[in-house]
Ligand binder design. Structure first.
Ligand code: SF4
Length: 381
């Protein structure tokens, strides 16, 4: 999953530095960003997933570790279910591998060193399955935002290069399988590639780019990967590309054509994210006492909030107000109830009382993985 001690050219950041080889040097000017609550939750889920691979698949006693993880504030019943599903899935992959090669073995949380291709490159693969037929690299993604693709996934491919380097004296399989397991959005994806393709990619594509990135002789190449770059707010190359796109010349007539509107639409997402990043940076500067030319800090909108619910309730009751009027009883939200009961039981017990109304479709770029909705014009009329 990760490089717990961060390498300059990390596998998890490889989608960025392989495209923009100058970004490794540019990022040095910015401290690592604070770990988000999502990342902290992911860390706990990975620890539980690892313990379950040892306990449920390899038969080791991990009860003390599991009990400790379950006392973490980020732990919940869903995490238990998702990590059990992950362990079962890895067990299936292992069984498949053993059917082809009885000497196949599973290595949970295996440290891999891919420094043959990337200077100082190392990382930890969530699960490796070694066999003489196939090397399998499994990555558990605990996020529930965008589906992560296994196809062309440079993080997994780098782990695979490191794993092959470490274990080729025992196993020399012709094929490599890269697997993404993303349980919170029911997304599992695999990609099979030949070992030779992987090694050629490492030698011909990765190694020269990693060398340039490490030596500081890389080139800037702004793109979608910029959103993961610590230099994204101050990066001149990115700003210039966005500015050039934003001030492009439109044709003469007073109204924009459909084609021109499409060009603006294609830019809108990137430009609005960039603007939000710059605004956030300026706000932080101002709050730290720096004067931002043309701007000033003013008091934000204050909203009243109840500081002492019990005290307020008692005070209001003293004036003979009806309890139903001041504190109407309400069901917990669907999310809260589901968490309380568990997904399966919730479905079973409540199916007759829950509905899923139609939602307004969302317009997204064609590259989005979700299935397209075709609007039936006849029915619309
Ligand atoms: S913001 Fe984009 S272009 Fe600039 S250094 Fe980072 S990845 Fe490269």
């Amino acid at each position: 999953m990760s490089e717990k001690k961060h390498a300059l050219l990390s596998a998890s950041g490889s989608a960025r530095w392989l495209h923009c080889t100058a970004s490794a040097e540019a990022e040095k000017n910015f401290p690592p960003e604070k770990e988000s609550a999502y990342a902290a939750e992911g860390t706990v889920a990975h620890a539980l997933a690892e313990a379950k691979l040892y306990a449920d698949v390899l038969g080791k006693d991990k009860s003390a570790d599991i009990a400790k993880i379950k006392s973490d504030p980020y732990y919940d019943g869903d995490m238990d279910r998702y990590t059990t599903g992950y362990a079962e899935y890895v067990a299936e992959l292992l069984a498949e591998a053993i059917a082809e090669d009885p000497l196949a073995q599973l290595l949970p949380e295996a440290r891999v060193d891919f420094s043959r291709y990337v200077p100082e490159g190392f990382g930890t693969s969530d699960a490796l399955i070694l066999s003489s037929k196939r090397l399998t690299v499994v990555d558990l993604k605990y996020g529930r935002g965008v589906p992560v693709s296994a196809k062309g996934n440079s993080q997994l491919a780098l782990y695979a290069l490191g794993a092959y380097d470490a274990y080729s004296f025992l196993y020399s399989p012709p094929m490599v399988r890269l697997v993404i397991y993303q349980p919170r959005i029911d997304h599992i994806e695999q990609e099979d590639i030949s070992l030779q393709t992987l090694i050629d990619w490492g030698t011909e594509y990765v190694a020269p780019r990693a060398k340039a990135a490490m030596e500081g002789s890389g080139e800037f190449d702004p793109g979608d990967h910029c959103r993961w770059c610590r230099a994204r707010i101050r990066c001149r190359a990115r700003a210039e590309k966005l500015r050039a796109l934003a001030v492009k010349d439109f044709c003469d007539p007073a109204l924009l054509s459909d084609e021109e509107m499409m060009e603006v639409l294609a830019l809108s997402d990137t430009l609005s994210k960039w603007a939000a990043d710059v605004y956030g940076w300026a706000q932080a500067q101002a709050e730290s006492g720096k004067k931002i030319k043309g701007y000033k800090l003013v008091a934000g909108m204050r909203r009243r909030k109840i500081a002492d619910e019990d005290g307020l309730l008692t005070a209001l009751r003293r004036h003979k107000l009806k309890l139903d009027d001041i504190a109407p009883r309400k069901l917990a939200t669907i999310g809260k109830l589901e968490k309380l009961i568990g997904k399966e039981k919730f479905k079973e017990w409540t199916a007759d009382y829950i509905e899923l109304p139609e939602a307004r479709p969302i317009l997204v770029p064609e590259s989005d993985k979700r299935e397209e909705i075709i609007v039936d014009l006849k029915n619309e009329f």
